[in-house]
Write a protein that binds this ligand. Structure first.
Ligand code: FES
Ligand code: FES
Length: 167
């Protein structure tokens, strides 16, 4: 933990060192949303049941509504806002984001801040996931608009694009 003279703590978010003043026991989601004004992770259930609050910590997806700030200190937090640069420093959109847009997958969009980081986690680890592997990986991420078919298609297309098989 890096505390400065004012009692603030440094938290690495989307490649930047940010100062936060919250108690270390505060759920990470509240710190990201309320202190740092990030809109990607969203409060859905507050009980690790829906995935709308998901972020990456050191490349692994976590439910930020139940993870305390203390668990993220000294690690790299990536939210949907930073997923393109997490993929590549020169990217403005992750290929997955391009394909989600092309498929018109997000409807209300509430769940997609979490969907994007969860799917990006998969594509970083497995460049050629099967449909069954994608379904298994995304299990537990709830979309109240029912966009699952387009989501799965977009993930498959993004994987193909990242393998250089499509434009
Ligand atoms: S708000 Fe965190 S899992 Fe639902
Ligand atoms: S797009 Fe509305 S909840 Fe998923």
């Amino acid at each position: 933990m890096n505390d400065d003279e004012a009692g603030a703590t440094q938290l690495s978010v989307n490649g930047e060192a940010r100062r936060v003043a919250s108690d270390p026991a505060t759920p990470l989601l509240y710190v990201l949303a309320d202190e740092l004004d990030l809109k990607g992770p969203r409060f859905g259930c507050g009980m690790a049941q829906c995935g709308s609050c998901s972020v990456l910590i050191d490349g692994r997806e976590v439910r930020s509504c139940v993870v305390p700030l203390a668990s993220a200190l000294g690690k790299d937090v990536v939210t949907a806002e930073g997923i393109a640069r997490w993929y590549s420093p020169d990217s403005t959109l992750h290929p997955l984001q391009d394909e989600l847009i092309a498929a018109q997958a997000p409807q209300c969009g509430f769940c997609y801040g979490g969907m994007v980081v969860k799917a990006a986690e998969l594509l970083a680890a497995n460049p050629a996931p099967s449909r069954a592997q994608i379904v298994a990986h995304m299990d537990g991420h709830i979309c109240r608009c029912g966009t699952y078919p387009r989501l799965l298609t977009a993930i498959e297309r993004a994987a193909a694009r990242m393998r250089g098989e499509t434009a």
